[in-house]
Design a protein around this ligand. Structure first.
Ligand code: SF4
Length: 88
């Protein structure tokens, strides 16, 4: 079972210039903090990024910044919560 990464749902990556990305790995700019984070989160760019993530078309990685929150929020695999807590 593949658990879709929750990047851009649980968190965004903010670079030093105010640009927002789905995560620290993927160079797909979603907007700028000056646009308003709420506006960026409801934008077509974020919706498109989420679709690509869910279909495995992002760079795909094992980024601890996203893996642990993804496992902790996964209702599909409750054992992941225990795994996350034991291996952090
Ligand atoms: S799987 Fe990796 S590259 Fe893809 S969105 Fe999640 S953290 Fe980013």
């Amino acid at each position: 079972m593949v658990i879709p990464c929750q990047a851009s749902r649980n968190s965004l990556y903010l670079d030093p210039y105010g640009n927002l990305y789905p995560c620290i790995v993927w160079d797909r700019r979603l907007g700028h903090v000056r646009d308003g984070v709420k506006n960026v989160l409801s934008s077509d760019g974020v919706a498109g990024a989420r679709k690509l993530i869910d279909s495995g078309k992002c760079p795909v990685c094992w980024n601890a910044c996203e893996v642990i929150p993804t496992l902790l929020t996964s209702w599909r695999m409750p054992g992941c919560v225990m795994w996350s807590l034991l291996h952090r």
